[in-house]
Design a protein around this ligand. Structure first.
Ligand code: FAD
Length: 464
């Protein structure tokens, strides 16, 4: 069926569903933050209800057309990119609060709600939604669930999975499922909720979610420290972890920081430049004198053990957010340089050894590339970013980076780590999945997809 026919058929069968097929919308809604691959979808649809989502899925099954669920399109693996003859289903209009449940401390929301709005709603009720990272102003809760997003607070609060108490989904088969329904205890058979969390749109479309909230952390303090030896990073983590409750522990290199500073949106707050940096955040108590003794103790340990060369502490909101800008602006600025991104993880116990071997690999084989490292090192998660050198075509650049990825993933395989810690597999990591999953696991994933999506219309060619 040709393009115009499908659009005509869609408008005839589902005249009440809002659509757009202008070049501007196809460009905007057909792509995500991965800039190395360009989408070219057929049509953008904007359902208003779960029932309309079902009708779109039924239409796609009837006419054998692929569907790509679209959240805030901040994804970094190409999972939301739409191709020829595919229909994008944007959850954007489905962004409403359904219910705040005070007794349970839960928010029931539509999947298109922006992550930051959910955070704000939680705070307005004196509660906290801890999934946080630089793109929460644009990403949606449905996208967070579909990618099982992590972010800076995983070390204390876990991934998005930990906060989902219930989901409404439309499967690729067009069935509407209400999963778990907010229950804390529910061992009545297999749990499909967890199957949909992190499924990257290949099983169905998440339309609503019940999200658990927690207490707002008390008297947070952010520490920004600089040092010049890579091995210090895990030693700093050990010292701080032993002494206090860590909310975040983020590592980055000077090369990565330079990208954050290039846009001149904030001023560097340390005196000197260093090869490596960590920002860590701790939760305090109700006892101010205890907190300040603890802070002095941490700082003196880090200096006495010669783990850091310089450091600064942010105790109030403004100082903490200035410190965090040094980390948050790294991916924001880097994304403008067509970066090739690796998002890998190993077990915490393997971090020192893994970092050493990775550093040797990058130095010995790829030293002509600029490599910007940063990551949620407290969770064993490193982002290895390579901005595209000016002068290389996207194809040439991708091919060099694919070789580098193979080398990194072989190393990851040795440590039984993951080729995708938090960004998902999407399009870009599909061919590397076998480094983290056995052939049997990949076959099982395909079989599970067939059950929920027998005609293969859901996010075709992504993940598996
Ligand atoms: C500057 C920056 C920093 C980032 N930092 C982090 C970080 O620290 N940690 C982290 O985990 N991620 C990070 N990301 C990646 C990204 O923000 C997350 O993956 C986020 O969860 C994606 O949400 P989204 O709404 O933008 O989803 P999209 O990008 O729109 O979609 C992502 C995937 O989910 C599917 N999907 C979206 N909505 C639905 C739905 N309702 N039902 C079914 N499938 C759906 C899509 O088809 C696609 O496969 C960062 C991105 C940027 C740009």
């Amino acid at each position: 069926m040709i393009r115009d026919n499908i659009i005509e058929l869609f408008s005839r069968d589902l005249p009440h569903v809002k659509i757009n097929s202008s070049a501007e919308f196809l460009e905007k809604y057909g792509n995500d933050t991965l800039k190395l691959i360009k989408g070219s979808p057929l049509l953008i649809t904007f359902p208003k209800t779960t029932e309309e989502v079902k009708q779109i899925v039924d239409f796609a099954n009837k006419n054998m057309i692929g569907i790509v669920p679209s959240g805030g399109r901040t994804g970094l693996s190409g999972g939301a990119i739409g191709f020829k003859n595919e229909i994008i289903v944007s959850l954007e209009i489905m962004n409403k609060l359904i219910e705040f449940n005070e007794v349970e401390s839960t928010l029931e929301v539509e999947a298109g709600m922006i992550t930051q709005s959910l955070q704000d709603m939680a705070r307005a009720n004196n509660l906290y939604f801890p999934i946080d990272y630089a793109a929460v102003g644009s990403s949606q809760i449905g996208g967070n669930i579909a990618t099982n997003a992590g972010g800076i607070h995983v070390i204390k609060y876990g991934m998005t999975r930990s906060w989902v108490m219930g989901l409404t989904v439309v499967t690729g088969n067009g069935d509407i499922l209400k999963l778990n329904k907010g229950l804390i205890k529910n061992n009545a058979g297999l749990d499909f909720t967890n199957l949909f969390i992190g499924s990257e749109g290949i099983l169905g479309i998440i339309t609503q979610a019940i999200i658990r909230l927690t207490e707002i952390p008390k008297n947070q303090k952010a520490f920004f420290v600089g040092f010049n030896s890579l091995k210090n990073v895990t030693e700093i983590l050990n010292v701080v972890k032993k002494k206090t409750r860590l909310l975040a522990f983020e590592f980055f290199t000077q090369t990565a920081l330079e990208y954050a500073l290039e846009e001149d949106t904030f001023s560097y707050v340390l005196e000197e430049k260093h090869k490596y940096y960590v920002i860590f955040e701790i939760e305090g108590t109700n006892d101010i004198s205890y907190d300040s003794e603890l802070t002095d103790d941490i700082v003196s340990s880090l200096f006495n053990e010669e783990l850091i060369n310089e450091g600064i502490i942010g105790a109030n909101h403004a100082d903490r957010s200035l410190i965090w800008k040094h980390r948050e602006h790294i991916p924001i600025s880097l994304n403008k340089h067509y970066p090739y991104k690796n998002d890998i993880s190993v077990r915490i116990k393997d971090i020192p050894d893994f970092i050493k071997n990775l550093d040797t690999l990058l130095d010995s084989k790829y030293n002509e590339l600029v490599v910007a490292w940063f990551g949620h090192i407290g969770d064993g998660n490193l982002h290895v970013n390579i901005p595209k050198p000016i002068g290389l075509s996207i194809q040439e650049f991708k091919s060099i980076c694919d070789d580098l990825s193979e080398d990194i993933y072989k190393l990851i395989q040795k440590y039984e780590g993951s080729i995708s810690a938090e960004h998902g597999v999407g399009l870009i990591k599909k061919k590397f999945l076998h480094f983290s999953k056995s052939p049997v696991e990949i076959e099982l994933m395909k079989s599970i997809k067939k059950i929920f999506d027998p005609k293969g219309i859901m996010n075709p060619n992504k993940v598996i």
